[in-house]
Design a protein. Structure first.
Length: 391
């Protein structure tokens, strides 16, 4: 029955003269998402994006399409010849399908895209609704205020179209329309969600992961790569830069105040991330921090870590509750991977009582004992870059 998908988008529609740039990028991203399934005709017509499908594959194509950022919904529809009687007959077929699915009430919403039709859009709805009641009125009733299904009928310049359901997408903006970010990716719940959320706002992403092998295991690193592969379902292939900071952690532990080690570690991570971001052409840094969640994420701790960065640091989760973050992690498929117990570089060297109100001047003074530039450069030399994508 279904032979077309109607792609709905939100914010792109208010982009004015630049709208076509966002639409073209969205079409490109849809085609890239669908490549593993084959070649599909994705095209723009009258301010909408369409995908030609068939009744056998539309569900699979729709499921992949809804993951593309910038899309608020995907509607499976039936495209037919430009004939008003054909339009009514198509609406009858779709409503009959909905009756078989259990619907008891309906409403018709119409759109006249070709003014040569003598009926207005409201008149179309009344006429088609009456036709449907004549054909199927013994099995379904009209409810214009709260219908179980809306039969949407369009009479267009070259064809007619009927659809009912809308499968929700994630919204946002098409990836690649808002620059590029370097995201700190750990094995926890938060950072994959933060990466996903910033990508949803249109940013291309690369990730940097810090480890202290052999103090942290190879399994710990593989867990992070699994998270990146899961994110690639939405973001496309993701480069993960794995950086060993064991030397840095040892220096901090041996030479600096024990209760401040977490803040010092975070500052070094941000220094390294800043350099990698600049090297990779990124315009921002992304972290999964949220105010007050752990000791280093108090406003005092965040002030100390921010001080080493000149690039903007985006924290998409900053005001979110943990339960809300978990909900997103479960929705996008990262939660079950994140909760697998593996030690990370932060937990291995974490002090028993980390400071919650570090003072920037004291932190900076303490770090004068370290060869900061040398430690950062040697850590960068350890970086191994892995491209993660859905297998």
């Amino acid at each position: 029955m279904y032979n077309i998908l109607i792609v709905k988008y939100g914010e792109i529609g208010v982009k004015g003269k630049n709208r076509y740039l966002f639409e073209n990028k969205l079409i490109k991203n849809i085609k890239n998402m669908l490549k593993p399934l084959g070649e599909y005709n994705v095209y723009k017509e009258y301010g909408r994006i369409y995908i030609d499908v068939n009744d056998e594959n539309y569900e699979e194509v729709m499921e992949e399409t809804r993951k593309v950022f910038g899309i608020v919904g995907v509607c499976p529809g039936i495209k037919a010849d430009k004939d008003y009687d054909v339009l009514k007959q198509t609406a009858e077929k779709l409503l009959e399908k909905k009756i078989e699915e259990g619907c008891k009430t309906f409403k018709v919403e119409s759109r006249r895209g070709d003014k040569s039709l003598p009926l207005t859009s409201p008149q179309m709805s009344i006429d088609i609704g009456g036709y449907l009641l004549t054909k199927l009125g013994d099995r379904i009733k009209v409810d214009v205020k709260n219908p179980e299904v809306k039969i949407r009928c369009e009479y267009r310049e070259f064809n007619t179209m009927v659809y009912a359901d809308t499968v929700p997408g994630y919204g946002g903006m098409p990836m690649g329309t808002a620059g590029k970010a370097m995201s700190l990716l750990s094995g926890g719940i938060d950072s994959p969600v933060a990466t996903w959320m910033i990508a949803k706002r249109g940013m291309d992403v690369e990730c940097i992961h810090f480890h202290t092998y052999p103090f942290t295991s190879e399994r710990s690193r593989e867990k992070v790569l699994d998270l990146a592969r899961t994110l690639s379902r939405y973001c496309g292939p993701i480069k993960v830069h794995c950086c060993n900071i064991l030397e840095i952690e040892k220096e901090i532990t041996e030479k600096l105040n024990r209760e401040e080690t977490t803040i010092h570690s975070r500052r070094f991570m941000m220094m390294i991330t800043q350099k990698m971001a600049e090297k990779r052409g990124c315009q921002a840094i992304v972290t999964g921090e949220s105010i007050g969640q752990v000791a280093s994420q108090t406003i005092y701790g965040l002030t100390c870590t921010n001080a080493v960065c000149s690039l903007p640091v985006f924290r998409p989760l900053i005001a979110m509750d943990k339960t809300d973050i978990i909900d997103i992690a479960q929705e996008i498929g990262t939660y079950e991977i994140s909760i697998v117990p593996e030690e990370d570089c932060c937990s291995v060297f974490a002090p028993p009582k980390p400071i919650t109100k570090p003072k920037l001047d004291r932190i900076e003074k303490a770090e004068e004992k370290l060869d900061i530039e040398g430690l950062v450069e040697r850590a960068i030399e350890t970086i191994e870059t892995i491209v993660c994508e859905v297998e």
